[in-house]
Write a protein that binds this ligand. Structure first.
Ligand code: NAP
Length: 223
């Protein structure tokens, strides 16, 4: 049975890692997922020669205890809809099925435990999130297991991020944060939510399937 056929018969929470030596983990709340996320993941996959990128929607984001986040099953479904056309993309339920807060170090550890010792892991997320990395838990664990890719939006001051990380991180970790500029990250989840609430079009900002799902489920109409 081929890897693709195996994937069809596996429960949705299992990601096939056979022959995967270089893995990207795309971490985010994805509320909703949009073209900027997809372009970022594909740019990192091709640029870093990754065998696969697994999207990992956050379960209970530790830094968002006070903000209303769309129910996790809906964010998971939107992520599945958005990634289904790319054979190198998969979606993991690992953070959704975990009780308590989702820490990236635990997620990276989960995937690393299923891979060969010499495999390489890249945790991809937004540069704005990485700017707050000093507040993340288990940083030593995280940096010992992966390289971080920070996707920046147009206009993002990369220099100020580097200066900030230089002040906050151990010197040996600085080279393990790689910024990449992604023009498509001009699109943002916040802007999409605001547009829906204002009755404005979100067409072409995200895959059509996700756009239709948002309208059908009446997501974001109250902001
Ligand atoms: P967020 O605060 O919602 O987003 C911060 C910024 O990063 C936003 O501008 C966001 O843009 C962008 N962004 C988020 N995910 C992205 C991605 N995969 N690619 C490109 N840009 C992205 O951050 P979040 O989504 O909740 O968290 C990001 C990741 O960091 C998650 O995997 C989360 O679990 C992890 N994290 C871990 C800890 C910890 O371990 N303690 C703490 C905080 C965050 P959009 O709104 O357009 O996506």
């Amino acid at each position: 049975m081929s890897t693709n056929e195996q994937a069809l018969f596996l429960p949705a929470d299992e990601v096939v890692l056979t022959n995967v030596k270089r893995l990207g983990l795309m971490g985010g709340t994805f509320d909703p997922i949009h073209q900027g996320h997809l372009v970022t993941a594909e740019a990192v996959r091709t640029g870093f020669g990754l065998d696969k990128v697994v999207f990992v929607p956050s379960g209970q984001p530790p830094h968002k205890a006070d903000r209303k986040v769309t129910p996790k099953e809906r964010r998971f479904l939107m992520t599945e809809l958005a990634t289904v056309t790319n054979p190198y993309f998969e979606v993991s339920r690992v953070e959704l099925d975990r009780t308590g807060f989702s820490y990236s170090a635990d997620t990276v550890g989960f995937f690393r435990s299923q891979m060969e010792k010499d495999s390489e892991l890249y945790f991809i997320t937004g540069a704005d999130a990485i700017m707050e990395i000093i507040t993340w838990k288990k940083l030593d664990e995280l940096f010992s297991q992966c390289t971080l890719i920070a996707a920046t939006r147009p206009g993002f001051q990369e220099k100020s991020m580097v200066e900030r990380l230089e002040r906050q991180l151990k010197p040996e970790y600085l080279s393990k944060v790689i910024p990449i500029e992604v023009p498509a990250m001009a699109i943002s989840s916040t802007d999409i939510r605001d547009r829906v609430a204002l009755g404005r079009s979100i067409k072409y900002l995200l895959p059509e399937s996700v756009e239709l799902y948002i309208h059908k489920q009446e997501l974001y109409i109250h902001g």
